[in-house]
Design a protein around this ligand. Sequence first.
Ligand SMILES: *Cc1c(COP(=O)(O)O)cnc(C)c1O
Length: 451
Amino acid sequence: MQNKILLDESRIPTHWYNIIPDMPGPLAPVINPRTLQPVTPDNLLPIFPMAIIEQEVSPERWIPIPDAVREIYRLWRPSPLYRARRLEQALGTPARIYYKYEGVSPAGSHKPNSAIPQAYYNKLAGIRRLATETGAGQWGSSLALACSMFGLECTVYMVKVSCTQKPYRKSMMQLWGANVIPSPSITTAAGRAILELDPDSPGSLGIAISEAVEDAATHEDTNYALGSVLNHVCLHQTVIGLEAKEQMAIAGDYPDVVIACCGGGSNFAGLTFPFIADRAAGKEVRCVAVEPSSCPTLTKGVYAFDYGDTAKMAPIAMMYTLGHDFVPPGIHAGGLRYHGESPLVSQLYHAGAIEAKAYPQTACFEGALLFARNEGIVPAPESSHALKAAIDEALLAKEEGKEKTILFGLSGHGQLDMGAYDSFLSGSLEDYAYPEELIRESLTRLPKVGG
Ligand SMILES: *Cc1c(COP(=O)(O)O)cnc(C)c1O
């Protein structure tokens, strides 16, 4: 029996799977934050290329992956699918545990799956530079990589505190040629306004988004790129699930449950959407999104129209949200600290098509340690949420004395997160109480859209 299932490069998917035509019901409109009217393509053209805007609302189930993108995917795709035999033994479970590993990309996570096509479509549209924001640095480094592949300039507004907390992510971006600007900065009006009020502002993701969007909107040759949440990002990530389905078939198995961590929802969408498509054909498969209990968007948020960013510059979308000005506690899984959620993932959850679960971070790090000591790979703190849920499913199977096939997404490695592992190992890592009061307060400030 095989331990890792590898596909030949020729098996890299030729098309992305678009779930829009298979959604339970029509999509809610996306709303312009200034006019409170539905967004039109014209509203988006100053910051996105037309090809991306079209993908955002495409009714086509299968969208061809350009050859130039597949050519770069070949550097690390198809990614391996592993059977976690040693973890199964350590848990003494009758369950079979598989994981799809996205940490083999040059940036160490799934994010280049979308950064590469985004850079490509912008290059094709004659754009010279991309601007973006980054918190912990995973998206910034992925876009820096993609821009270097297509000869684009890249400006990354990096949350100021993260520049000091994650200096190596900054080095990585610079190594790939990006210009990294600590945010808030004097480069933009949005940044200057913040600095005037508070010269020592540590910055936030919301502020950095405002700076990047302003930079793109005010420069003809510059566009903006977002690393999660939007429909086109979920679309690009489906290469994960499409490959995983083929690899599971080679293993002669099919998952009873598919699990992924959920921040903005892109790796969850990428792994699970192709399996959700199977349910229409009568397959029984559960999909579980896992989030931190200190930022419990699906499990404790409301399904409502809300701004995509703190500064209310990004479009308003119908999604699960904790309120656009809710600032989650500083957990180490930085990629899961987003107040909102992909509208597609939100709609599926609202329709009961997927499940959600939340865990505190120490439980996830315990799972990560068990995994690293048995399977070897050091998981990203984000991925350890999926891993923890997979372990619990396996322990439940043991309790019930039942066989079960579990597939989870290991969205990235944690080799640049040693600071987090350090505090876990030294016992100084803490769990934050669920910030109920803050969330309740933030939810009173949702925008009033429609009736
Ligand atoms: C960014 C990130 C996430 C969270 O983002 P999603 O869009 O929810 O997938 C998860 N895992 C890793 C390794 C990340 O870098």
